[in-house]
Design a protein around this ligand. Sequence first.
Ligand code: ZN
Length: 241
Amino acid sequence: MRWGIFSDVHANGPALDAVLGDIDRVGVDRLLCLGDLVGYGPHPDEVVRRVRALGCPVVVGNHDLAAIGRLDTSDFNPFARAAVDWTAERLSDDSRRYLEALPMTWAGGPVSAVHGTLDHPDDFLYLQTLDHARELLLDQERFLVVFGHTHVPITFALSGDQVGVSCERRVDLSDADRALVNVGSVGQPRDEDARASWVLYDERHRSIEIRRVPYDYEPVVTAILAAGLPSVLGERLRFGV
Ligand code: ZN
């Protein structure tokens, strides 16, 4: 089984197109989406409709909940909050209902999926320390947990009592007991690489490939400005920050 896993599309239609095109070329058996379909970008309803049409499992992200009024945004930065308000006015009733029905977590075969972390899915924690990664790896029931939220692709692997961390594009997990993989962001990467990110997980070979896909972000920058969204939300797409 080959899994195509993507996250944090953030209402960026061209980036989603590019990733789905790459997934088609590479060929996968299953698709998984890890939330934050909307927020920041100029194409919220279009992105929800497109992801919904894929018919794949999708877990909910904090920006999805914020956009439908189900999450307190007082700890969002002012740019993110402006985008939440803008997005809320542009979602169709169908799209709202779809986002509202998304689960916090999903599990199937060797894989569990969550937007933030499995220990507190609805707190949307950022995984930032090796100690936290170790706790999560020791607690997880399935071989692989995939997540998003930080917009930075990274792999943690547990072998015996050793936790390894890797930012490599290809990671061999054949010796690992369990792994925890952040698949990066489709629509707003933050690792100084502007290309859209997704992950190919090859279950048989137990390998991870972080794929980066170039797309034309200038029309998205223009659309963000035209929408009256904060200009920084467009400019950052050029730098992947
Ligand atoms: Zn996000």
